[in-house]
Design a protein around this ligand. Structure first.
Ligand SMILES: NC(=O)c1ccc[n+]([C@@H]2O[C@H](COP(=O)([O-])OP(=O)(O)OC[C@H]3O[C@@H](n4cnc5c(N)ncnc54)[C@H](OP(=O)(O)O)[C@@H]3O)[C@@H](O)[C@H]2O)c1
Length: 439
């Protein structure tokens, strides 16, 4: 049970000298973009139930700030934090090593943990939740997906009464920035990437973002929190956005659509259908309207239907708000006394499949010659795939002619043998781009 302090202002804003509130002692490990913003909120806030007592960072001397109260201990010794009397450790160094060991040690020492570490939770979330439950403490990770958008707390509280079966989202701000820039300016992918890097929206090596690694880790966390399923991030298929060309937005527009990186997970019986990658989405749909580096998460529940969560998926201040909100939640739980520790909920391990049934967008770049469409139609027919439309815009170079075939709904597994057959055709000058169309 945390110590108590006299609170000069009650919740109702009425002055009272007699209200005693429990004080929760907090240690920050990692004083970077998010850690600094969390410290600022804690130091500026009038909420006296949370008291920042330690700030831990490697080579900590260069990190010291004059606005931090003088009684806060600055240290680069993690062990001294773990053996101190803090109630909650906030892990904000990121990555797996040494973050995983720090979080395990904190939980084993009976300290609750708040983290924004997507890699750690995507890989070890179920085990760490069990460890926390065994030691009667809390593990919260509300900032690890969609930064400041409170979707994980909503899954934990506001939606836990529903039985969710689907979660889909725009979870990577870098990809959304690049795709919406190509959409609006019709610039090449490489130019949009350079612009994102220059503005700080993409790292120098943006592979994790562009190729879907970041989004599938976040999808695994959402599936854990909302669908109660254990998903290894690597078991989710991730498709890159590097293959998207400005011309794809012209053809998508002909179909009333635009292109976004969508992460989706649908639980059906014992199978979790999951996929991350570029998809066509209707221009007027919630996904189609998300611009720049914003995030959007849609959930589908058996009883409550669909819900949407939109906002800043990254940035020091929005992410820090999510961390401090988790801290307040943990402090409330701890003040409830022994037994306030979280119970590990049941987590299933479904089979993972990417065999969604959708309509498809196939874009070809060919050296023009007679009989191309007939040859492609023959292959599709041989695989029992139905063409919905053929689109060819005028004015392109005949040596590199883009055109599109859309298909009626079929399973991914039926389409891929046909695509393999098409990859051997001598008139194709680039591999066919194949995108699901989400209606
Ligand atoms: N930034 C965002 O918008 C955002 C959004 C959502 C989630 N997150 C997550 O929040 C976490 C923190 O991100 P961030 O952007 O704040 O990262 P950051 O700016 O790189 O800060 C990390 C801090 O941790 C320190 N650190 C790294 N390794 C350490 C170690 N072994 N021992 C002690 N200190 C160590 C770093 O020190 P140095 O100064 O020496 O490097 C730095 O001060 C990550 O898990 C990230 O994925 C961030």
């Amino acid at each position: 049970m945390p110590e108590t302090r006299s609170n000069p202002v009650s919740n109702a804003g009425v002055r009272s000298s007699s209200v005693e509130i429990p004080v929760c002692r907090v240690a920050l490990i990692g004083f970077g973009t998010v850690g600094g913003a969390v410290a600022k909120i804690l130091c500026e806030s009038g909420d006296r139930s949370l008291r920042l007592t330690h700030i831990c960072n490697r080579n900590v001397e260069r990190k010291k700030q004059p606005w931090v109260p003088s009684d806060v201990v600055w240290t680069d010794d993690v062990q001294s934090v773990l053996t101190s009397d803090v109630h909650v450790v906030v892990e904000l160094i990121g990555g797996l090593n040494p973050a995983e060991q720090i979080v395990r040690s904190a939980l084993e020492a009976g300290k609750s943990v708040v983290t924004a570490n997507k890699q750690l939770i995507a890989r070890h979330g179920p085990d760490l939740l069990q460890l926390a439950a065994r030691h009667g403490c809390q593990l919260e990770f509300g900032a690890s997906v969609a930064g400041g958008v409170p979707v994980l707390p909503a899954l934990r509280t506001g939606l836990c009464g529903d039985r969710l079966h689907g979660i889909a989202g725009i979870l990577n701000g870098t990809c959304n920035y690049i795709l919406s820039r190509i959409e609006n300016a019709r610039i090449p992918f490489s130019e949009a990437l350079e612009e994102a890097q220059a503005r700080g929206y993409a790292e120098a090596d943006a592979s994790e973002d562009l190729d879907g690694g970041d989004a599938r880790a976040k999808l695994a966390i959402l599936a854990l929190a909302g669908l109660h399923t254990r998903v290894e991030p690597e078991s989710v298929r991730a498709r890159t956005i590097r293959t998207i060309d400005a011309v794809d937005f012209d053809y998508a527009a002909e179909l009333g659509c635009t292109i976004r990186q969508i992460s989706r997970a649908d639980l059906k019986a014992d199978t979790l259908f999951a996929d991350v990658g570029p998809c066509l989405v209707p221009s007027g749909s919630p996904f189609g309207r998300v611009q720049r580096n914003l995030n959007l998460v849609l959930t589908s529940g058996q009883y409550g239907g669909d819900m949407a969560f939109l906002g800043a998926g990254a940035g020091g201040d929005p992410t820090a708000v999510a961390v401090v909100s988790d801290l307040m939640f943990v402090a409330q739980k701890l003040s409830a006394g022994p037994g306030g520790g979280g119970a590990a909920s049941y987590v299933s391990t479904p089979g993972i499949s990417h065999d969604f049934e959708t309509p498809w967008y196939l874009r070809f770049f060919v050296r023009d010659q007679p009989g191309i469409v007939a040859k492609l139609a023959e292959i599709l027919a041989a695989h029992r795939l139905n063409i919905d439309s053929v689109l060819q815009k005028p004015g392109f170079d005949k040596a590199a002619l883009p055109f599109v075939i859309t298909l009626e709904p079929c399973r991914d597994s039926l389409l891929h043998p046909a695509l393999e057959k098409m990859s051997g055709l001598d008139f194709a000058i680039r591999p066919c781009l194949c995108l699901p169309i989400l209606r």
